[in-house]
Design a protein around this ligand. Structure first.
Ligand code: GUN
Length: 291
């Protein structure tokens, strides 16, 4: 292995520790405890795991966690009414509606009903516009976590060639905005990109967020490049026994680590940073709400 491992798990623990210290100070000096409301509609198994992890880490840093679990057939009106209540509640500083929502609910409508100042996911159209125009905004947690790791590892990113693979609203597009904000030369590549390997080969920084298991291989990577793997894919692992599975990223770790200068592992890379950034965003929202 030649690449340095970027330890997202350890870095996330440091971020959570800093948030916890700030939360204690807010409580002791101002009598304020930040509150994060998480809304889960339906029974999606992966979402339930994420929501449980978010609730646990929220209370661990000393914040209040409010979980709202709604039936899968909840009406749009009832969901919007809950969000209106949370918007008006001064003890709630951050609101997160876990996605995906059941098909009968309009995701855009629901997300845009959240008070932008409490939109700790940074998905509200006003926060998207603010990020895109370089104004103060709430920044989506996964790309924010990636940026923090890149800054920690590189220092300045100015002038570096960055290729983001994936054009989702949650990761690819905001990641590109953030890298542009740090003066990278940014390319957004995707499933229709011609000769993707040669595009990626020009990159000093690669952020893989396509949701295709182990798609990015070592022969796509410029020697010494930094590779951030956002993918979390569960694939069959017959070598572990019948019916067993394992988690892999969008990057083929085994071949890429021999060429890259630095790489995030899966698990233990981007994932823990996402939740740490959610807590940091909740703290930011609380501080902005209280001047
Ligand atoms: N589902 C998968 N990732 C996310 C996320 O970052 N925020 C929300 N609200 N839902 C998600």
């Amino acid at each position: 292995m030649t690449a340095t491992l970027i330890d997202g798990k350890a870095f996330a623990a440091e971020v959570r520790q800093k948030v916890a210290t700030h939360v204690t100070r807010l409580r002791d000096e101002n009598g304020i405890t930040p509150g994060l409301a998480v809304v889960l509609v339906g029974e999606d198994a992966a979402s339930q795991v994420y929501v449980r992890a978010k609730g646990k880490m929220t209370t661990e840093v000393g914040m209040n966690s409010f979980e709202h679990k709604l039936e899968a057939d909840t009406s749009e009106g009832d969901l919007l009414a809950l969000i209106a209540k949370l918007n008006a509640d001064p003890s709630v500083n951050g609101i997160l509606v876990q996605l995906p929502l059941p098909a009968h609910l309009n995701e855009d409508l629901v997300v845009n009903s959240i008070d932008p100042a409490k939109d700790v996911d940074g998905f509200h159209i006003s926060n998207v516009g603010r990020l895109g125009t370089g104004q103060k905004s709430m920044v989506p947690c996964t790309p924010l976590g990636c940026l923090m790791m890149l800054r920690e590892f590189h220092g300045s990113l100015s002038g570096l060639n960055a290729v983001v693979i994936g054009r989702s609203n949650i990761v690819g597009k905001p990641m590109a905005s953030l890298l542009l904000g740090d003066s990278c030369t940014v390319t957004i590549a995707h499933s229709r990109t011609k000769d993707l390997p040669s595009v990626v080969r020009a990159a000093d920084i690669v952020v893989a967020a396509v949701g295709r298991p182990e798609m990015v291989t070592g022969d796509w990577i410029k020697k010494g490049a930094t590779v951030i793997d956002v993918g979390i894919n569960r694939i069959p692992a017959p070598e572990k026994g019948e019916g067993k599975t394992r988690l892999v990223g969008d990057v083929d770790f085994a071949s890429v680590k021999e060429v890259a200068g630095a790489i995030t592992p899966v698990p233990g890379g981007v994932g823990p940073m996402t939740i740490a950034c959610l807590l940091a965003n909740t703290l930011t929202a609380t501080c902005r709400a209280n001047g």
